[in-house]
Design a binder for this molecule. Structure first.
Ligand SMILES: Cc1cc2nc3c(=O)[nH]c(=O)nc-3n(C[C@H](O)[C@H](O)[C@H](O)COP(=O)(O)OP(=O)(O)OC[C@H]3O[C@@H](n4cnc5c(N)ncnc54)[C@H](O)[C@@H]3O)c2cc1C
Ligand code: FES
Length: 266
C-alpha cells in the first residue's frame, strides 16, 4: 500500500449519475490492484471533504515490466466528494492510496463462478468477470456468469460487458424484468456454483440464502462506510453471525458471505 500522486487519464459518464475514471498506476514493486481490492481517493480540496473516499477497482491493465499501468474505478455521484470527482478532467492530478484490502479468491477447478452485481457493486464485478474469463480460457474454472441488477435501463452502464452478461431491471426497461435474485432463482449453473457478489445489502442477503440452499461458497464484497481505511478506527465494523464484528477495510472488503449477519447489516 502506497500513496500515489497520479494523473487522470480519462473520465466519462457511463450511466445516469455514474462515471468511469481511469488513472495512471505507477509501478509499486509487485503490490498491484486485484478484483475486490480498493483505493482511497482524496476527493476534493486538501481538507474538504477531510476523509479519503474508498472505491473498488473496476479494471487494471499492467504496463511493461517495472513500468506500472492504468487502473480504473466506476463511481456514482452521491455527495460532495464524488461530485468533485465527476468534474475531474484528463491530466488532472489525483491523490490515491492503495491498493488496499483483501480481494476475491478463485473458485475450485470445475466450478461455475456466478457473479452478482447491483448499483455501485458493478465496477468490482466487471473486473472479477474479466479475470475469471481468463481463468476459464486457461481451463481453471467454468466460464463465469455475470448478472447485474438495476432500477431501470438508464442505470445500466455503457461499458463493454463480458459475453453472456445478464441485465435485470426492476421495470423491465432492459433485459430480464425483476430483481437479480428473481433471475438467479430460475438459473441452472450446470456445474457446482461459486457465488461472488457486491451490491446493496438486500441483494447480498438474497445471494447468501441461495448459496446456503445450494451449499455453495460465497464471497461477498461489502461496501461498509469507512473512515481511516487502514484498520485503525473500527469505523467499518461488519456484524457476523457468531457475534461481534470484522473490519471491512482490513479483514475484507471481500468476506466469506456465509459468516456475515446480513439482517443486522441492513
Ligand atoms: C470498500 C468500498 C468500495 C467502494 N467502492 C465503490 C465503487 O466502486 N463505486 C462507488 O460509486 N462507490 C463505492 N463505494 C462507496 C463510496 O466510497 C461512497 O459512495 C463515497 O465515499 C461517497 O462519498 P461522497 O463524499 O460523494 O458522499 P458523502 O457526502 O460522504 O455521502 C453521501 C451519501 O452517501 C452515503 N455513503 C457514503 N459512503 C458510503 C458507503 N461506503 N456505503 C454506502 N453509502 C455511503 C452517505 O451515507 C450519504 O448518504 C465503496 C465503499 C467502500 C467502503
Ligand atoms: S475504516 Fe478504520 S478500521 Fe476500517
Amino acid at each position: 500500500m502506497k500513496r500515489l500522486d497520479t494523473t487522470v487519464s480519462s473520465i466519462r459518464q457511463v450511466a445516469e449519475g455514474y462515471y468511469e475514471l481511469r488513472f495512471a498506476w505507477p509501478a509499486q514493486g509487485g503490490d498491484e490492484p486485484g478484483p475486490g481490492r480498493f483505493v482511497t481517493i482524496r476527493a476534493g480540496g486538501r481538507y474538504d471533504p477531510a476523509l479519503r473516499r474508498p472505491f473498488a477497482f473496476s479494471d487494471y491493465r499492467a504496463g511493461a515490466a517495472g513500468e506500472g499501468g492504468e487502473a480504473a474505478i466506476v463511481f456514482q455521484v452521491r455527495g460532495r466528494g464524488t461530485a468533485h470527482m465527476a468534474g475531474l478532467r484528463p491530466g488532472d492530478s489525483l491523490d490515491a492510496l492503495g491498493p488496499l484490502g483483501k480481494g476475491f479468491g478463485r473458485p475450485a477447478r470445475g466450478a461455475r463462478p456466478v457473479l452478482v452485481a447491483g448499483g455501485i457493486g458493478v465496477g468490482p464485478m466487471l473486473y472479477l468477470a474479466a479475470t475469471l474469463a481468463e481463468d476459464a480460457a486457461a481451463g481453471l474454472c467454468e466460464a463465469p456468469i455475470l448478472a447485474m441488477g438495476f432500477r431501470n435501463a438508464a442505470f445500466a452502464p455503457d461499458i463493454d460487458l463480458p459475453a453472456g452478461a445478464v441485465i435485470c431491471t426492476d421495470d423491465g426497461s432492459s433485459g430480464f424484468k425483476g430483481t437479480v435474485a428473481d433471475w438467479l432463482a430460475g438459473f441452472d449453473p450446470g456445474s457446482p456454483p461459486a457465488f461472488y457478489a457486491c451490491g446493496p445489502a438486500p441483494m447480498m442477503a438474497a445471494v447468501a440464502r441461495l448459496a446456503e440452499a445450494r451449499r455453495a461458497p460465497y464471497e461477498a464484497a461489502v461496501e461498509q462506510w469507512m473512515a481511516c481505511g487502514v484498520g485503525a478506527c473500527a469505523g467499518c465494523a461488519v456484524p457476523v453471525k457468531s457475534g461481534g464484528f470484522v473490519r471491512a477495510c482490513v479483514d475484507g472488503p471481500v468476506l466469506d458471505g456465509s459468516i456475515v449477519d446480513w439482517e443486522a447489516s441492513r
